[in-house]
Design a protein around this ligand. Structure first.
Ligand SMILES: Nc1ncnc2c1ncn2[C@@H]1O[C@H](COP(=O)(O)OP(=O)(O)OP(=O)(O)O)[C@@H](O)[C@H]1O
Ligand SMILES: [Mg+2]
Length: 447
């Protein structure tokens, strides 16, 4: 029913009442009539306002361009309705914008490399991003709702949290700790921020940068520079010392001269070998080494090694045994596999007492070629095994000092084997011997 029809019905009702009350005294009848008419108008007005507002607000949200107040209340309610509808529209716009900002914020947070944790003023975690979960190795369910100092049980971080809330200044600190036997280095930036106006709540914002890899690389670089300097200085000191001795008079003694010149030449060889190894390593690391693949016979390769090491094998009465079916063909880069075998045999001979046996075994297994160099020499202590592939690493330098070497051989072996798409494993028992096992693809794919 329209508003106008409602008003007409109310008027008509009043008119009827007028007739009914015609018999009453004039004044009383008029009062009752006016009362009825006024009530009808009031009811009609309230209904019309409710109806119009609800219709307009719905259509405003669906299609704001169709806003129009209707009926006899046009003039009175138009400005009111327009204001109300503008408010509703603004509220709607604000919700849409808030949703946009929130999804943008979440996107940025999730793509950050740094771990982020936002806490309340009592250091209770309110939110964390996935980098935080990865770096601190803790899930968001376990983190959110708990105190930061309890989630990361590291004394230095505990102190940092306490300090940042006490001083309310930015705190930047590098924190080192051990997690599952591994050393971790984190750079932590912490600040306290306050919300503008309103309740003026404060929040803690913590950023975690994982510095473990960078610090590890820095340590390797420092060790490398220190090792190179040491390894160069030792033969150089020796060369300088004997050269000075010669110029100071030893040259007049032919026998002494021969001896000193022999030492100088040996030390020069050592330097030259080291420089060659370092160049070889940097060539392998550069990633520019092109593989020259061909079919190789391991039997033929072993015979060649026998010739290369013949004098040392003879001097130390060590026998080299080839323990695999012949011919033993496989596809690889010949000069690179020669480089690997030379280094492994050099070690096996160097670290075996005279009179022992060195065995080269080989087998084809599940599409792989497995070549092992087995000796029953000095062996390697268990704690040194993880480090023997590091550059310049030598087990017990005092033991190794009687044996020449710079600790670069196995480093070269590992680089080459990786290049050949294979793997190298070492098993060793001090006093019982060492087995170095190469697992190479039977048919190496071209990179
Ligand atoms: N077969 C082995 N038996 C016992 N110890 C070994 C054996 N192979 C390697 N090692 C230990 O591992 C260390 C590292 O070996 P690596 O070949 O890298 O260096 P190196 O032989 O000392 O020097 P380089 O090979 O540069 O002349 C050696 O110093 C030695 O202590
Ligand atoms: Mg070696």
């Amino acid at each position: 029913m329209s508003f106008r029809a409602f008003v007409l019905a109310a008027g008509f009702l009043s008119f009827l009442c007028g007739i009914i009350f015609d018999n009453l005294s004039g004044q009383t009848a008029l009062r009752i009539l006016l009362l009825l008419l006024f009530s009808a108008l009031l009811l009609g007005g309230v209904w019309a306002i409710r109806h119009t507002i609800s219709r307009q607000s719905t259509s405003a949200l669906q299609n704001p361009l169709t806003i129009k107040a209707q009926g006899i209340f046009d003039d009175l309610f138009d400005p009111m309705l327009t204001g109300l509808i503008r408010l509703l529209r603004e509220k709607n716009d604000i919700s849409v914008r808030l949703a946009e900002v929130s999804s943008r914020f979440e996107g940025v947070l999730e793509h950050m490399v740094e771990g982020v944790a936002v806490t309340s003023s009592n250091a209770q975690i309110l939110l964390v991003n996935s980098a935080f979960e990865r770096i601190l190795e803790v899930g968001s369910e376990a983190a959110v709702g708990n105190r930061l100092g309890l989630v990361i049980r590291v004394a230095a971080i505990h102190q940092l949290v306490e300090e940042v809330f006490r001083t309310r200044t930015k705190v930047v600190r590098e924190v080192e700790y051990h997690e599952g036997g591994k050393k971790k280095t984190l750079n932590v930036v912490a600040t306290v921020t306050e919300t503008q106006g309103g309740a003026g709540k404060s929040y803690g914002i913590f950023l975690f940068y994982d510095m473990t890899t960078i610090r590890g690389l820095e340590r390797i670089r420092k060790d490398f520079v220190a090792n190179v300097s040491h390894e160069i200085r030792t033969p150089l000191t020796s060369i300088r010392g004997y050269a000075e001795a010669l110029t100071d008079g030893a040259l007049s003694d032919p026998e002494l001269s021969r001896k000193f010149l022999g030492i100088i030449s040996g030390q020069a060889d050592r330097l030259s070998r080291m420089v060659n190894d370092l160049l070889e390593l940097s060539r392998l690391e550069s990633g520019t080494v092109a593989l020259n693949l061909c079919e190789i016979d391991l039997g033929f390769q072993t015979e060649r090694m026998q010739e290369v090491f013949s004098s040392r094998l003879r001097d130390r009465e060590i026998s080299l045994v080839a323990d695999f079916p012949k011919p033993f063909p496989y596809v690889s880069d010949e000069s690179l596999t020669d480089l690997v075998l030379t280094n492994l045999l050099d070690n096996a001979i160097k670290y075996s007492p005279p009179g022992r046996e060195i065995r080269i075994s080989a087998e084809n297994k599940e599409g792989k070629v497995i070549i092992s160099v087995i000796d029953n020499g000095a062996g390697i202590p268990r704690e040194d095994l993880p480090r023997i592939f590091e550059r310049f690493y030598r087990v017990d330098r005092s033991r190794s000092s009687s044996v020449s070497g710079t600790g670069l051989g196995l480093s070269i072996v590992r680089h080459v084997v990786t290049l050949l798409q294979g793997r190298v494993d070492v098993k060793s028992e001090p006093g019982a011997g060492t087995t170095v096992c190469l697992t190479l693809p039977q048919k190496i794919g071209r990179a």
